[in-house]
Ligand binder design. Structure first.
Ligand SMILES: [Zn+2]
Length: 133
């Protein structure tokens, strides 16, 4: 009797993994492999890609139409810190609740910038391309 081997990973799962790896590379390149959190103990070199709205909360785990806004490059230390301190992370925009929509994602980005750079939310110019005029 001919037996076919059971795939250890389904085709669907395998193609998702390919997309996840591609998303991961795009996020690390966008962030220049620098950790985007920097709590005391940060190693600065990003090795992990964090989902701001986690997969458990319904967040994207792959870029949809090139949208990388749900992802941050983090060093392993900061990633561990964020995932083990969810209330801290939510207060500073590194995590959002399951019901977060586009407005909450923008508020989380402002909270992160304020945490990282100490700027007031009003000072953040969404059109700023990061280049000096
Ligand atoms: Zn870090």
């Amino acid at each position: 009797m001919k037996r076919s081997r059971i795939n250890p990973v389904s085709k669907k799962r395998r193609s998702l993994e390919v997309e996840r790896r591609a998303t991961r590379e795009l996020v690390l390149a966008r962030d220049l492999n620098r950790c985007q959190c920097c709590v005391p103990g940060c190693t600065f070199h990003a090795t992990d890609v964090h989902e701001i709205k986690s997969r458990a909360r319904g967040g994207n785990i792959i870029a949809i139409d090139g949208d990388l806004s749900n992802f941050l490059s983090l060093c392993r230390y900061c990633h561990h810190f964020i995932t083990t301190n969810p209330a801290w992370a939510e207060a500073r925009g590194f995590a959002v609740p399951s019901w977060a929509g586009p407005a909450e994602m923008r508020a989380a980005e402002r909270a992160r910038l304020q945490f990282l750079y100490g700027s007031e939310p009003e000072e953040f110019d969404e059109d700023d391309d990061g280049q000096d005029a």
